[in-house]
Design a protein around this ligand. Structure first.
Ligand code: NAD
Length: 414
């Protein structure tokens, strides 16, 4: 699976390289990761045994700035998956024109089976082992799957304890008490909303009353339902791991949130009718937002998807083989590296505030996030029109042009 993820990244890179006529030398450079650090992470478990986990921190390309990318704790993580995710960050940061390169980290472990103490010892030892690669101007981790602000705080503290220096910019997604940014939590959803507004405007579909179906009601899908509903859209269907609900008149997001808080799933929500989670694709709507897992829009799903527009909040929700089907059916797809980049943009702002040692007001963060996302959307839309390609191919082409320009400007060391 993870080998496939790396192959998929290479396929996108190769396609974009051909599209923009990339210098073959630069192409060869970018088909490799700059550096891969694999570390053994011995942890004293609560029962007295020592268990040794494997972790990675990988830089794909850091020509445009310090590495940026999350750290995930998951039993299936391996080097190739982390490589693929690191390369994805090279492209995502370039699409948004953030001064970062692409990096990612992971530890192969099952955090649901670790006590809080074991999780802290694992995080701190992993942080110590990858310390040679990270730093405010070297590589700046953030939360990802199964990691959060608390894990980032342990990372910051470990670096501070071992170096004697408090580096506030060494991680982002920190708790507010350590200089985290309040707008960080909802930033991904806020960025998705900017893309929804922009794409519907381009397609002459006014927002008011339009129907949206959201897959996933977690950290991204939950706030998103609320934001899109507040903007006047009708959230007609929502699915999650436990099932799905629909209501042609619009589901009430705050009531749905309260139901999920109590029952752990949208299934059984009395403000709508139950349906099979797999049937949400066929609900007639203007907009479908996958905000759960990768790979869900398979060719078969692409054939029966009833929406006009897909805005990818999840990472990698569309299987490459499904893309031509969506294109031929006239379904416009705003790709993940643009649509869900609100989170990394908020991370950039948090890092910038740390470097300035001067926090910005919340409304400044929100305004700048909207401006950045709007500009990136316009850049990608314009590129797609100029090249006469899908928004996804245009986003990769644009990102690659920016990375290639930076490589050309710096030249090859030595
Ligand atoms: P989360 O764990 O908070 O929520 C995931 C949601 O998906 C849950 O509602 C879960 O029930 C649902 N889900 C799981 N399996 C499902 C299934 N088979 N069918 C339908 N729903 C299912 O995760 P999140 O942070 O909201 O992330 C969602 C997606 O967005 C992921 O792909 C993630 O990589 C991506 N993303 C998240 C962020 C962020 O800031 N959290 C940033 C960029 C991208």
């Amino acid at each position: 699976m993870s080998a496939a993820a790396w192959e998929a990244v290479l396929a996108r890179l190769d396609d974009a390289a051909e599209l923009i006529g990339l210098d073959p030398d630069v192409h060869r450079i970018l088909r490799n990761c700059e550096r891969t650090l694999e570390v053994a992470v011995p942890v004293r478990m609560d029962d007295g045994r020592v268990e040794v986990f494997t972790g990675w921190r990988i830089h794909h390309d850091t020509t445009r700035g310090p590495g940026k990318g999350g750290i995930r704790f998951h039993p299936d993580v391996d080097a190739q998956e982390v490589q693929a995710l690191a390369a994805g960050m090279t492209f995502k940061t370039a699409v948004l024109d953030l001064p970062f390169g692409g990096a990612k980290g992971g530890v192969r472990c099952d955090p649901t089976k670790l006590s809080l103490g074991e999780l802290e010892r694992l995080t701190r030892r992993y942080a110590f082992e990858i310390a040679p690669l990270i730093g405010t101007d070297r590589d700046v981790p953030a939360p990802d799957v199964n990691t959060d602000g608390r894990v980032m705080a342990w990372l910051l503290d470990t670096i501070a304890m071992t170096t004697g220096q408090h580096q506030s910019g060494v991680v982002t997604g920190k708790p507010l008490a350590l200089g985290g940014t309040r707008a960080h939590a909802g930033a991904t959803s806020a960025g998705v909303v900017v893309c929804v507004r922009a794409v519907l405007r381009q397609l002459d579909l006014p927002l008011a009353g339009r129907r949206v179906v959201i897959q996933g009601f977690g950290k991204v899908g939950g706030p998103l339902a609320f934001l899109l509903s507040s903007a006047g859209m009708r959230v007609v269907g929502v699915s999650d791991v436990g099932g799905a609900v629909f209501n042609e008149g619009g589901l009430q997001p705050s009531e749905l949130s309260a139901h999920v808080a109590e029952h752990g799933t949208v299934a059984g929500f009395p403000g709508g009718d139950p349906m099979d989670a797999d049937d949400v694709y066929e609900l007639p709507s203007e907009l479908f937002v996958p905000a759960a897992l990768g790979g869900v829009i398979t060719p078969a799903v692409a054939e029966r998807l009833a929406a006009k527009v897909v805005v990818e909040a999840a990472n990698g929700p569309t299987a490459p083989a499904a893309e031509p089907i969506l294109r031929d059916r006239g379904i416009v797809v705003v790709p993940d590296i643009l649509a869900n980049a609100g989170g990394v943009t908020a991370s950039y702002f948090e890092w910038a505030q740390a470097k300035q040692a001067y926090p910005w007001d919340d409304d400044v963060v929100a305004d700048r996030l909207r401006q950045r996302m709007e500009r990136a959307f316009d850049d990608v839309w314009g590129k797609a029109a100029a090249l006469d390609v899908t928004l996804r191919r245009a986003a990769f082409a644009l990102a690659l042009e920016r990375v290639a320009a930076a490589i050309a400007a710096r030249g090859l060391f030595p």
